[in-house]
Design a protein around this ligand. Structure first.
Ligand code: UDP
Ligand code: MG
Length: 318
């Protein structure tokens, strides 16, 4: 039987921690009862440098339910993505399969069972995908959806409407551990791993208590990280613009020379006109070209694995 670990990053979540712990323990009990996970499955709360009583509450839960609840305390606040990574990589060595979920229980704990079923069918990663965004404000929905479209336009593969509610097997986590990069955008990285994956649909609810720890500023930062960590397309756009302007400068040159020939120009206009267009174009082109090299250096320094091996049919000794 496979041992499940539910990983929960928590930052200033004192209002929801007890509720969350109870809900997740009952999910575990249910799945254990149905014989879908091992009896020693557990919840791992990751305290991301909270300034409130979150850690004390985790300690208390661990005292009350030492077998079901465990805790990981980070030395300071490092943000959701790092906190989740810390939890997943710690869990990797303790269990066979993990499910990551937010502490506020906005994601439907009922679909964890479906995730486990998909896992038993052989999927290494199962994405929780939101059906609709009824509970989000118009603003959040609009910004989030524009973001997914922008990502797609920039050539980044992401799972539409998937946040970090996800099942990952030990095997997928071992591959994930080979990505040592600092600019983390987890939901963009998982599709790079490969393997058989699946999606389960759910409705996202309101926060149980407390308030969002993702204000617009953090959301924009995450969006920028998402694009800049996965795509060097913006650089190619600069190069493209440079080529376009140089092309325009040829047209401008023809126009300027004709005007000069017909004699309708102020002295000095033609040479100024030519230098402005041409030099501007050449400069953009040069910046774009240098950018291309920087883009390559950027990709190299990430040291991402170049492939993931799924199966090797080795020759057997006869
Ligand atoms: N979180 C974290 N570190 C942070 C900010 C948030 O670990 O610096 C956790 C938070 O406790 C929650 C999850 O990340 O479990 C998602 O945050 P939140 O629910 O506030 O985001 P929203 O659902 O509003 O986008
Ligand atoms: Mg939330």
């Amino acid at each position: 039987m496979d041992r499940l670990c539910i990983v929960v990053p928590c930052y200033n979540e004192e209002e929801v921690l007890k509720i969350s712990s109870e809900a997740l323990r009952s999910v575990l009990a249910d799945l254990k009862g149905k014989g879908k996970i091992a009896a020693d499955s557990f919840v791992l709360f990751v305290n991301d440098g909270s300034r409130d009583r979150t850690w004390e509450l985790i300690e208390e839960e661990h005292r009350l339910y030492p077998a079901e609840v465990s805790g990981l305390k980070l030395a300071r606040n490092v943000g959701h993505q790092f906190a989740l990574t810390a939890g997943l990589l710690t869990a990797k060595d303790l269990c066979d399969v993990t499910v990551s979920i937010d502490a506020d229980l906005q994601d439907d704990t009922a679909v964890i069972e479906e995730m486990i079923d998909r896992y038993h069918e052989g999927c290494e990663i199962v994405y929780g995908v939101r059906k609709e965004r009824k509970t989000d404000t118009f603003f959040k929905r609009f910004t989030a959806q524009s973001f997914y479209k922008l990502m797609a336009a920039m050539g980044v593969r992401t799972v539409y409407n998937h946040a970090d509610f996800r099942l990952m097997s030990k095997r997928a986590l071992e591959e994930f551990a080979k990505y040592p990069e600092y600019n983390l955008y987890l939901r963009g990285m998982m599709p790079l791993i490969g393997f058989r994956t699946a999606e389960v649909l759910y409705d996202r609810k309101e926060r149980v208590a407390g308030e969002s720890k993702y204000p617009l500023k953090k959301m924009l930062a995450l969006a920028f990280d998402g694009i800049s960590s996965f795509s060097v397309k913006p650089i190619s756009m600069v190069l493209g613009l440079g080529v376009f302007i140089v092309f325009c400068s040829v047209l401008a040159a023809i126009y300027a020379l004709i005007s000069y020939g017909t004699g309708h120009v102020v002295p000095g206009w033609t040479s100024l006109m030519l230098s402005i267009w041409f030099l501007g174009g050449i400069q953009l082109l040069a910046i774009g070209l240098i950018g291309q090299y920087i883009g390559k250096v950027y990709i190299e320094v990430k040291h991402r694995p170049r492939y993931t091996i799924e199966t090797l049919l080795a020759p057997e000794e006869s």
